[in-house]
Design a protein around this ligand. Structure first.
Ligand code: CDP
Length: 793
């Protein structure tokens, strides 16, 4: 679909001044290998840190002998949990009000848990010395099966928590159980389906790491780290280490993908800090691929029972679900305090229901901690998967076309703002045109005809639909905080005398193109070309406080802050322009890039002339200070609710059960579009992620708790060979409360694509009587489904 050209162009360089397609400002650096990532940081005298990890999922530590390691060549320090205990640093808070061991003291609780670390002259010496540490373990029975975690005789994992007698983590419920039961009781049709969203891993290209440099004279800690949330991390370090915040500088340099994996604080970061304090030298820690996969934040791991109630003619009345959530050994998610299950409450989807209810039990198991928002706004991926699968199950039960069933039940445009039965207020939406556009691009009726023909020949073709509403942009301070830190974002804008500008953000890109799009937002508001606007981010000493980039919150929160701070600057510029043109403020109009006297376009001053005047000689109007800058802290009044319609076409080889995604149509609505090229890139990446989750990715464990996905040979991620040429389109339903009407988009495709793909596979298997099969739909699972064997969880 062709993008309409609404953009105004700068005559000189043909780049848009404001919204529109524009090549990324960061790409000349990144594409030429000039990016500076954490592992590129080299400091004089820098030492290297390696972590000894537990080979067992559950074991008591009897003794740790470090003497041989300490004597090894090049080794500067060996630190154990006991040593950290002496410093009060053996445990640290997680971002979800639990505690996690930095280095194990009493027990190890998952395979890959941190037990000790070595600091040495180089990475090799540090790694070699790990082998010389002698740990005696007393192996305990592990809890691997989430369903067994609450059995009365299940081994107790968290005996570190006072008074804890079982593996229960938390209970949570939302909606109205009684009202939902009443609706179910009178419904014509009820469909029930058990649905598993398996444990997957964000697996960013760059693994996690840090360089810590503690200056004992200044008492200042400088930490380069792979963090999506530098300010939140700094505050946590301040609390843990007892250092004042102004003595801690967290720098997130270029980041090679985050996807939620780089939100938690990992023991390795704290170890690097301790290593630098102990040795008095800068210390680098970079984990390897296996360490990343076995010990850092996993995602999902929800066992869901979905129930849907409807009338005979397909009016959906209610949805109910019960969830068993595996949180691993420590609750290492980062969700707003009031939302221990993240935003799973949006499981009612895009439909106008009479009632809804969810109950959830979360448990501890002997697996790595996490439950992170892998390319999604907290638990929205799981919620959307549940509702879009169960709606398809209902369509199958009613023998109704899944597109028709969805169209019949959508929330109507006039119902917005729409409050769901679980209390979420969707800001805006117009679902039918989005769905119709996706069906048009797909040629839906022709596809169904093709499918019927192929079925008659025994060929397996499937068409899957998913329609999602996301809730992104956490969030209003009244409802949302992480560890007591409100989720508002600061932003500062300074225009220099010659009209060049610098905007300082609290969010931090991990590849999403913020250096471009945030310059475009400011450009749109004050008419300075994006090329002249420097975006500064990822350094707590250089930027205002804010909670970071995850859950597609950057555009909804910091994007709004950038627009509003630019408007503040423009307001001041208008006062100065009125003095320059000797007219009243009311006589001026803003024509992007300059203030003109109304009705007399020849009398105008550009923003660059105003900037010079703001800094130049001579008086300014009464009450106007010199300079041209402003700052703001933006507290969103609501989340933004992007939506999308996805259609997937698959072919399955009946002989090998291999699934091929032949076509994928994605129509997204993220409100006002800042840079359509970047949006398409975000969507393409997310769709590829979705193919991975739907067809190949799963972190599994054997019965002893050994992680079976500890390398990229075992944990498959998709390549360009597995994905089709994406067919994308868009509709625009602006957010009414966002200053430029933008909604987030970074994660829409990861959220919306897995159900579309699974629905397509199940649709293809209809001749075999299959109603559901659990991800990942590997050939063996599809084969089992074709032969009526239930897929193992
Ligand atoms: O928080 P995160 O940056 O991961 O997600 P986002 O706010 O959805 O933005 C992802 C990228 O898409 C950023 O570069 C945004 O500025 C861009 N975007 C856009 O161009 N238009 C939108 N309506 C939303 C995002």
């Amino acid at each position: 679909v062709e993008e309409p050209r609404t953009t105004t162009f700068d005559d000189n360089d043909q780049k848009p001044i404001g919204f529109g397609r524009m090549l990324r400002k960061e790409d000349p650096r990144l594409l030429r290998g000039r990016g500076r990532f954490t592992d590129d940081v080299q400091l004089p005298g820098m030492l290297h840190l390696a972590i000894l990890r537990s080979p067992f999922a559950h074991a008591r530590i009897v003794s740790v002998d470090t003497s041989a390691a300490e004597a090894a060549p090049g080794v500067k320090a060996v630190v154990t949990g006991e040593a950290l205990k002496g410093l009060g640093l053996a445990w640290m808070p997680t971002l979800s009000n639990d505690v996690q061991a930095v280095l194990a003291t009493d027990k190890v609780r998952f395979q890959g848990q941190e037990v000790a670390f070595v600091v040495a002259e180089n990475r090799y010496a540090a790694r070699d010395a790990l082998e010389l540490i002698d740990v005696e373990y007393d192996v305990l029975d592990p809890v691997i099966d989430v369903r067994q975690a609450l059995a009365p005789d299940a081994p107790l994992i968290r005996d570190d928590l006072e008074g804890k007698t079982n593996n229960h983590c938390f209970d949570w419920e939302t909606g109205d159980a009684e009202a939902t039961e009443a609706v179910f009781a009178r419904a014509d049709v009820v469909v029930k389906q058990d649905i598993v969203y398996p444990r997957v891993h964000p697996a960013p290209m760059e693994t996690c790491g840090a360089v810590a440099d503690f200056d004992a004279v200044e008492g200042k800690l400088k930490l380069w780290s792979t963090t999506q949330a530098p300010h939140a991390h700094r505050t946590l370090y301040a609390i843990v280490a007892g250092l004042p915040e102004h003595k801690i500088q967290v720098i997130a340099p270029d980041i090679g993908g985050g996807f939620g994996n780089k939100v938690p604080i990992y023991p390795g970061y704290v170890c690097a800090i301790v290593g630098s304090i102990v040795t008095g030298k800068p210390v680098k820690w970079m984990e390897d691929r296996s360490e990343n996969l076995i010990s850092t934040g996993f995602a999902r791991d929800y066992i869901m029972r979905g129930e849907i109630a409807a009338t005979h003619d397909g009016k959906i009345l209610a949805i109910r679900t019960n969830v068993l959530a595996d949180h691993g050994a420590f609750n290492g998610t980062a969700a707003p305090v009031k939302y221990p299950a993240g935003f799973f409450g949006v499981f009612t989807g895009s439909y106008d229901l009479e009632a809804a209810y969810c109950s959830m039990t979360a448990v501890y198991t002997n697996k790595a901690p996490g439950g992170v928002a892998y390319a999604c706004s907290f638990r929205i991926t799981e919620a959307v998967y549940l509702v879009e699968r169960i709606v398809d199950c209902l369509a199958a039960e009613l023998d109704m076309d899944p597109a028709e069933l969805r169209l019949k039940n959508f929330i109507k445009p006039e119902q917005f703002p729409y409050e769901t039965k679980t209390g979420w207020v969707y800001d805006s939406g117009n679902y039918e045109p989005t769905m119709r556009l996706a069906m048009d691009i797909a040629g839906y009726p022709a596809l169904r005809r093709e499918q019927a023909e192929k079925r008659s020949r025994g060929e397996l073709m499937g068409i899957g639909i998913a329609f999602f509403t996301e809730a992104v942009g956490a969030g209003p301070r009244k409802d949302m905080d992480i560890l007591g830190l409100g989720m508002a974002d600061g932003c500062e804008l300074r225009v220099h005398p010659t009209g060049k500008a610098v905007v300082r953000l609290s969010v931090k890109t991990q590849g999403q193109g913020h250096e471009t799009t945030f310059a475009q937002i400011v450009a749109e508001e004050i008419g300075i070309p994006p090329a002249d606007i420097e975006v500064v981010h990822g350094d707590t000493d250089q930027t205002p406080f804010g909670l970071g980039t995850y859950g597609s919150r950057s555009t909804p929160v910091s994007g709004a802050a950038a627009a509003l701070v630019a408007r503040k600057v423009r307001d001041k510029a208008q006062l100065i322009a009125s003095a320059m043109l000797e007219v009243t403020v009311a006589d001026l109009e803003w024509v992007k890039g300059s203030f003109q006297v109304k009705g007399d376009p020849g009398k105008a001053v550009t923003i660059q002339q105003i900037a010079m005047r703001a800094h130049g000689a001579g008086d300014l109007p009464d009450g106007v200070e010199g300079g041209l800058e402003a700052q703001i802290c933006y507290n969103p009044s609501n989340l933004t609710y992007p939506h999308g319609a996805y259609i997937c076409v698959v072919d399955i080889d009946p002989g090998t059960a291999q699934v091929k995604v032949r076509r994928f149509i994605a129509v997204d609505d993220c409100g006002t579009r800042i840079n359509p090229m970047i949006i398409e890139g975000q969507v393409h990446g997310g769709l590829t992620d979705g193919v991975g989750m739907a067809l190949m990715e799963m972190i599994a464990f054997d019965e002893d708790g050994n992680c079976l996905g500890a390398s990229l040979m075992d944990y498959l991620i998709p390549t360009s060979l597995e994905v089709p040429d994406w067919e994308t389109g868009y509709t625009v339903t602006p957010s009414p409360h966002h200053p430029i009407g933008a909604k987030g988009v970074g994660e829409s495709a990861t959220v919306g694509s897995p159900p579309a793909i699974v629905n397509a596979v199940v649709d293809a298997l209809k001749p075999y009587g299959v109603r559901h099969a659990d991800m990942p739909l590997t050939p063996s699972r599809v084969w089992d489904a074709m032969r009526g064997r239930a897929t193992p969880p």
